[in-house]
Design a protein around this ligand. Structure first.
Ligand SMILES: [Fe+2]
Length: 275
C-alpha cells in the first residue's frame, strides 16, 4: 500500500511522512459498488484514489463509466493518453509531461476555454526511481491564503489577471468566485503562464501555500486517482526508468456543483443552524 506524504515547507524539501490521508482509502475498482464510491468521493472531496486497474483496457473502461471521455491533442483516438518519457519533447513548452523532469502543480488543460472537469491517471508501469504523483487541494490553498494572506487571495481572484497557454491560450484568474460563492481554481506555473502586475507580487505567497499542501503519492502499477480539475492541482516528481501512465480527461457522467465550497464557509455553516 502506498503512503501519502505531506511536503512540509518548500517544493524541494524532503517530504515528511504523515498518517496517510488516502492510502487506506483506495477504492478497489474490481469490487461491486466501486463506481458509486468514486462518484461520491469526487463529489465530496474532489479526489479518490484507486487500485485494481490492470491494463489500458481496464483504465478506459473505468473512465468511460465515470466520464464522457474527451479525446484531445495528445491522446489516442479513444481518448486515452499514454504518458511516458518519449525523449522527443524534453524542451517543448507545454509537453513537459512527456519528459522525465518534475512537473509543477497545475490544472490540466489550463489554457483551454473550458478545461475538462475530471482527470483520471493510472499507473501502468512504475518508474525506477521517482515519478511520484503530487496532489494539491486547491480548497486548502484557498483557505490558507484567505486566512493568512487575504490580499493575495483577493488579487488571485481578480478577473482576467492571468493568461494560460501559448498564443491560443485563455485569459482567466487563479481563483474563480461564482455568484453563490463557490470557488474554482485554475493554474499553471510554467513558461506558458502570464500574470498581471496585480498578481505578480503574490506569486511567491501562492507558491509557498501550494508547497504547504502538497501530498506526495507514490503509485504502483494498477493504482491511480480521479480528481476534480477545478479543485485539485496535480504534479509529478522527476524520475528515471520507463514510467508509464494512462490518462483520461472528460466531463462527469454524474451531477457536480460548479466549484467547491470554501473551507471557511463550510466551517461556519453549522453555526448558522439554530437549535
Ligand atoms: Fe497534467
Amino acid at each position: 500500500m502506498s503512503a501519502v506524504v505531506r511536503r512540509s515547507s518548500a517544493m524541494r524539501h524532503i517530504p515528511q511522512q504523515t498518517d496517510g490521508l488516502f492510502s487506506g482509502h483506495r477504492i478497489d475498482t474490481s469490487r461491486p459498488g466501486a463506481i458509486d464510491r468514486i462518484t461520491d468521493g469526487v463529489r465530496k472531496r474532489g479526489l479518490v484514489t484507486l487500485t485494481g486497474i490492470d491494463s489500458r483496457t481496464d483504465a478506459l473502461a473505468l473512465a468511460a463509466q465515470i466520464m464522457t471521455v474527451i479525446p484531445h491533442r495528445d491522446s489516442d483516438s479513444d481518448g486515452i493518453t499514454t504518458i511516458r518519457d518519449t525523449r522527443r519533447h524534453t524542451h517543448r513548452a507545454g509537453f513537459a509531461g512527456f519528459g522525465n523532469g518534475p512537473l509543477e502543480p497545475h490544472t490540466e488543460r489550463s489554457g483551454s476555454p473550458s478545461p475538462p472537469r475530471l482527470m483520471m491517471l493510472v499507473c501502468g508501469q512504475a518508474a525506477h526511481a521517482g515519478g511520484d504523483s503530487v496532489l494539491v487541494d486547491g480548497r486548502a490553498v484557498h483557505a490558507d491564503l484567505v486566512t493568512g494572506a487575504r490580499a493575495a487571495a483577493s488579487a488571485l481572484a481578480q478577473p482576467r489577471s492571468a493568461y494560460f497557454g501559448a498564443g491560443d491560450g485563455h485569459p482567466s484568474q487563479v481563483f474563480t468566485i461564482y455568484d453563490d460563492d463557490q470557488v474554482a481554481v485554475r493554474l499553471r506555473l510554467d513558461g506558458l503562464a502570464r500574470f498581471s502586475p496585480i498578481v505578480q507580487p503574490y506569486l511567491p505567497t501562492l507558491r509557498a501555500a501550494i508547497a504547504r499542501h502538497q501530498l506526495l503519492m507514490p503509485m504502483a502499477p494498477g493504482q491511480g486517482y480521479v480528481l476534480d480539475n477545478r479543485r485539485w492541482l496535480h504534479a509529478r516528481t522527476a524520475f528515471t526508468g520507463s514510467r508509464v501512465c494512462w490518462r483520461a480527461l472528460g466531463e462527469p457522467r454524474f451531477a457536480m456543483s460548479h466549484g467547491f465550497i470554501p473551507q471557511l464557509a463550510a466551517q461556519a455553516a453549522p453555526a448558522l443552524v439554530g437549535p
